[in-house]
Design a protein around this ligand. Structure first.
Ligand code: C2E
Ligand code: MG
Ligand code: MG
Ligand code: MG
Length: 292
C-alpha cells in the first residue's frame, strides 16, 4: 500500500514542465531575498518521553513570514527550492540559528538538544561537515550533544557510502543522526544495518492510521521491534491523541512527537510550554511496557 509523501504533487504538472520550472525559479529568487531579509523563523516541536514526561529534544521546523502571504509552512516553498543551491544556504542558516536557540534556552534554564532537517542536496555538499564543525566551534559546542540532524531514507540510499561517512563524521562532532519519515522510503533492512544512525522516526502516516488499520499497526510494531534489535532510539511522529500514545506505549515506544503533545511553536512559547507541560495522565498510568 502506498503512502503519499507530498513530493508526488509534481505529477499534477507533468504536461506543464516549463511553467513549473519558471515557477520554481521565481520562488528560488524570492527565497534568497527572504533569507537576506530575515523573513525566516524556526518553530520548535517537542519530543517527549510519554511515560516520564521528560523533554528529550525539540525539532526545528522552518516557517516563512511572507510579507504578503502570511506565515508559510515548508510545504509551500520547499518543493520549489529543494534542488537549488539555496537549500544549502537555508540549512546553514538553520544550523546556526538552532545553536543560538540552544544557548538562549539554556540561559533561561531549559536544556534541550535541537534537531534540524537537512535536505538530500545539502547532504551531498562536500562542505557540509566542515561548515557544521565551524558552527559548533564558533558556538563552543563541539562534542556537546546539543544538536542532531534528521535525514530521510531517500537521501540516505541515494549515496550510501557518502552518507554513512557523513553520519560517522557528524557523530564524531557530537551530532547524532535520525532517520526521518521511516517507512515511507524504499530503504531495506540492509541499509538500516549499514547506516550508523542513532534514532528512527516512524512516519506519522502509520501512527495516524494504526488504531483502525491492522497493517499500519503491524508496521509500527515491526519498526519498534527493529529499533530494539538494532539498539536504536525510536520516536513516533504524529501522536495526535491519547490513544495513539497508549498504543505506542503498549508496543514499547515511549518517545513521541505530535499535536497531541504540542504543535510546533515559536521559541518563547516553547519555553513557556516546557515550564508547564505534564504528560497525559493515561500515559503515565500505562503499565510498565516493554521499553528497551
Ligand atoms: P518532518 O521533518 O517529518 O517534520 C514533521 C512534520 O509533521 C512537520 O510539518 C510538523 O508540523 C508535522 N506534524 C507534527 N506533529 C504532527 C501531528 O500530530 N499530525 C500531523 N498531521 N502533522 C504533524 P512541517 O513543519 O510542515 O514540515 C514539513 C516538512 O518540511 C518536514 O517534515 C521536513 O521534511 C521539512 N522541513 C521542515 N523544516 C525544514 C528545514 O529547516 N529544512 C529542511 N531542509 N526541511 C525542513
Ligand atoms: Mg524531521
Ligand atoms: Mg518526519
Ligand atoms: Mg515528514
Amino acid at each position: 500500500k502506498s503512502k503519499q509523501t507530498g513530493k508526488n504533487s509534481y505529477f499534477f504538472y507533468d504536461d506543464n514542465q516549463d511553467a513549473v520550472a519558471i515557477e520554481h525559479h521565481r520562488m528560488v529568487h524570492r527565497f534568497r531575498q527572504a533569507l537576506a531579509e530575515r523573513e525566516l523563523v524556526l518553530h520548535y516541536q517537542p519530543k517527549v518521553n510519554m511515560r516520564s514526561g521528560r523533554i528529550m529534544g525539540a525539532e526545528a521546523l522552518i516557517r516563512w513570514h511572507h510579507p504578503e502571504r502570511g506565515l508559510l509552512p515548508p510545504g509551500e516553498f520547499l518543493p520549489a527550492i529543494e534542488n537549488d543551491a539555496v537549500i544549502e544556504d537555508l540549512g546553514d542558516w538553520v544550523v546556526g540559528e538552532a545553536l543560538r536557540q540552544v544557548a538562549t534556552w539554556e540561559r533561561a534554564g531549559l536544556t534541550v538538544p535541537i534537531s534540524v532537517n537537512i535536505s538530500p542536496r545539502h547532504l551531498q555538499s562536500p562542505r557540509f561537515v566542515e561548515r557544521l564543525e565551524r558552527h559548533l566551534r564558533d558556538a563552543g559546542r563541539l562534542h556537546q550533544s546539543c544538536l542532531e540532524i534528521e535525514i530521510t531514507e531517500t537521501a540516505a540510499i541515494h549515496d550510501l557510502r557518502h552518507i554513512t561517512r557523513l553520519i560517522e563524521e557528524c557523530r564524531a562532532l557530537g551530532v547524532p543522526s535520525a532517520l526521518d519519515d521511516f517507512g515511507t522510503g524504499y530503504s531495506s533492512l540492509t541499509y538500516l544495518k549499514l547506516l550508523p544512525v542513532h534514532t528512527l522516526k516512524i512516519d506519522k502516516s502509520f501512527i495516524l492510521d494504526m488504531a483502525r488499520d491492522a497493517e499500519d499497526h503491524a508496521i509500527v510494531s515491526g519498526v519498534i521491534g527493529l529499533a530494539r534489535a538494532f539498539d536504536l532510539i525510536v520516536i513516533a511522529e504524529g501522536v495526535e491523541t491519547t490513544d495513539h500514545g497508549l498504543l505506542l506505549l503498549a508496543l514499547g515506544c515511549d518517545f513521541a512527537q505530535g499535536y497531541g503533545i504540542a504543535p510546533p511553536m515559536a521559541a518563547d512559547r516553547f519555553l513557556e510550554w516546557a515550564r508547564h507541560w505534564r504528560p497525559d495522565p493515561h500515559w503515565a498510568a500505562a503499565g510498565p511496557g516493554i521499553a528497551p
